[in-house]
Design a protein around this ligand. Structure first.
Ligand code: CTP
Length: 403
């Protein structure tokens, strides 16, 4: 199956000895039916000829922000929007650093800042440059910006030294891009609804009751489902908006009642529902219209129970829908989580134990145990929230195949 057929691939070439290798990558992409456009940085032009790249790509090569003869401007915004996927290969330490810091002093960089599509980089550099904390920090920033890094291989380098820094071979890069598109087929046509973040329960116009949830875990789950080609709707409590994937449909809510309303509106058209929000169990019985004034030594606030979103949706789920909940437990974890799954009529539950170091709010790592409807517990190691999200979504895919 030609997974790249009709895909618009924008290839950014930087100045490195590995530049000559991407010429054969252009051939592989074209053979698979991709439309390829090429941007070269000024130093890439010193390594390979524009004519060769343009001939292989069957399209002009862009390298200047403006044509030096005609003065005509190259529309980087248009190029960025044209692309279905932007690949920078070879990606030099310098370009990675500029991408990470948002610099825009050449066409490749201005296009990167304008692109809305998935971005891949295939770094190539000497082993010490690769290992340098500055380079690693830049890569970390780029990963956080959702750039996929195709880690270089170990081997002989242009310097004559041997180590990590060799750009992946064109065939490997090609299969990474194909893998990305084959991944996109897994949940194509499926809709996923995800709740995430805390809820805020108002006391008066300036005060509320809430919790420390940041929504990070739910956002990673949303990303992972998007990578699998699902349509994703996020019902987000108050969280940092930059955390949420822009390709998802996002509904912002504050209170548990608003969150339930948004979920109910979207429930029937959802195939998978993930309840990752830390919903406040109680809300103030009265919301004062005016700011509550300081008075006596003590103040009691009466709280009333909030609706349980998971249980409400669990009670009316259809056989073809899969509802996944979370359980945050501090004692008798497995037993409590299992009972919670049954009580709320969920298809599976993700157990987070606050007793595990590396698990909890605001951390970048998490340690989970997945409990399926047959009662079997599947424990996982402590991992980054991104990797935990992959474990969860892979598990969901396996489970829905049995529905
Ligand atoms: N949940 C929900 N609505 C609520 C409370 C919880 O949708 N009002 C969902 C959470 O998103 C999570 C699951 O239910 O998926 C379990 O949440 P948790 O706080 O662990 O359980 P509670 O039902 O609140 O039980 P308890 O606090 O007694 O452990």
């Amino acid at each position: 199956m030609k997974l790249l057929n009709n895909k618009k691939i924008l290839l950014g070439i930087c100045g490195g000895i590995a530049a000559y290798k991407v010429l054969s990558l252009i051939r592989l992409l074209k053979k698979d039916g991709a439309e390829v456009r090429v941007i070269m940085t000024p130093s890439a032009v010193e390594f390979i000829g524009k004519l060769t790249a343009a001939t292989l790509a069957d399209s002009p090569v862009y390298s200047e922000l403006a044509d030096p003869d005609s003065g005509q401007w190259t529309n980087h915004v248009e190029l960025g929007l044209w692309a279905d996927l932007f690949l920078v290969a070879p990606a030099t330490a310098s370009t990675l650093s500029k991408m990470a810091s948002g610099m825009s002093d050449n066409l490749l960089l201005t296009t990167y800042l304008s692109a809305r599509c998935p971005v891949f980089v295939a770094p190539a550099m000497d082993l010490d440059m690769w290992a340098h904390p500055a380079t690693q920090k830049n890569l970390q920033i780029l990963r956080q910006q959702n750039v996929s890094v195709l880690e270089p291989n170990e081997g002989e380098l242009a310097s004559g030294l041997s180590g990590k820094g060799r750009m992946q071979e064109p065939e490997e890069i090609f299969s990474a891009l194909s893998g990305f598109y084959s991944q996109k087929q897994i949940l194509k046509g499926k809709n996923v609804l995800i709740t995430l973040g805390p809820t805020q329960e108002a006391l008066d116009p300036v005060r509320f009751i809430s919790n420390h949830s940041t929504g990070k875990m739910g956002a990673e789950i949303a990303r992972s489902f998007l990578e699998m080609g699902a349509g994703v709707t996020i019902v987000a409590g108050p969280v940092d908006k930059n955390l949420l994937p822009s390709e998802a449909r996002i509904l912002h809510v504050k209170s548990a009642i608003d969150m339930l309303d948004a979920c109910e509106l979207n429930f029937s058209q959802s195939d998978v529902i993930v309840l990752a929000a830390a919903v406040a169990d109680y809300r103030p019985a009265q919301v004062s219209e005016q700011k509550i004034k300081k008075s006596g030594e003590h103040l009691s606030i009466e709280l009333v129970k909030n609706p349980d979103i998971a249980a409400t949706l669990g009670a009316k789920k259809r056989k073809d829908q899969f509802v996944l909940g979370f359980a945050l437990e501090t004692e008798n974890e497995l037993e409590n989580a299992h009972a919670k799954r049954i009580r709320k009529n969920l298809d599976a539950i993700v157990l987070n134990s606050l007793n595990d170091s590396g698990a909890g709010f605001a951390l970048d790592t998490n340690k989970i145990t997945l409990i399926s409807a047959d009662g079997i517990a599947h424990p996982f190691e402590t991992k980054s929230k991104k990797d935990v999200a992959h474990d969860i979504t892979r598990f969901v895919v396996q489970q829905i195949q049995n529905l």
